[in-house]
Design a binder for this molecule. Sequence first.
Ligand SMILES: N=c1c2ncn([C@@H]3O[C@H](COP(=O)(O)OP(=O)(O)OP(=O)(O)O)[C@@H](O)[C@H]3O)c2ncn1[C@@H]1O[C@H](COP(=O)(O)O)[C@@H](O)[C@H]1O
Length: 118
Amino acid sequence: MSKTELGSAKRLNELVALLSKTVDSRVGGDIEKSYTARLIKSGPIRCGKKIAEEGAEVALAIAAQGRKEVAAETADLLFHLLVGLRAKGVSLDMVADALAERRGVSGLAEKAARTRKD
Ligand SMILES: N=c1c2ncn([C@@H]3O[C@H](COP(=O)(O)OP(=O)(O)OP(=O)(O)O)[C@@H](O)[C@H]3O)c2ncn1[C@@H]1O[C@H](COP(=O)(O)O)[C@@H](O)[C@H]1O
């Protein structure tokens, strides 16, 4: 990873950490004043639907729109993912553990091992 990439990843990491804290702070908050509080209160099914919607918007932007649109839709998706994780009680640590377990394991090797088991 280049120095520039590492710098951008660190910045995104810090912003996601701050956003995650904001999301946590909205739990049980006033649903008239906070979109996050309203979405968390609406539960995991509604949050899941929003994530599917935002994910589709990212996919469409990648397929047919410009880079600015892709970045904006990705920011929407990241926010909704954080809200969905919070609504479901999944910590960022759990996601980090899942990512760490896969580190260095080629997707192709993993797929081949899975196919052998089937
Ligand atoms: N990052 C975000 C963020 N990204 C997207 N959104 C909101 O996500 C909503 C959903 O987007 P849509 O385009 O689907 O809008 P919609 O069709 O009206 O949404 P729905 O009625 O389907 O829920 C919009 O209202 C956006 O404003 C966000 N709302 C909040 N944040 C962050 O969360 C913080 C706390 O926000 P509140 O909880 O509202 O105070 C903010 O300061 C921001 O940092």
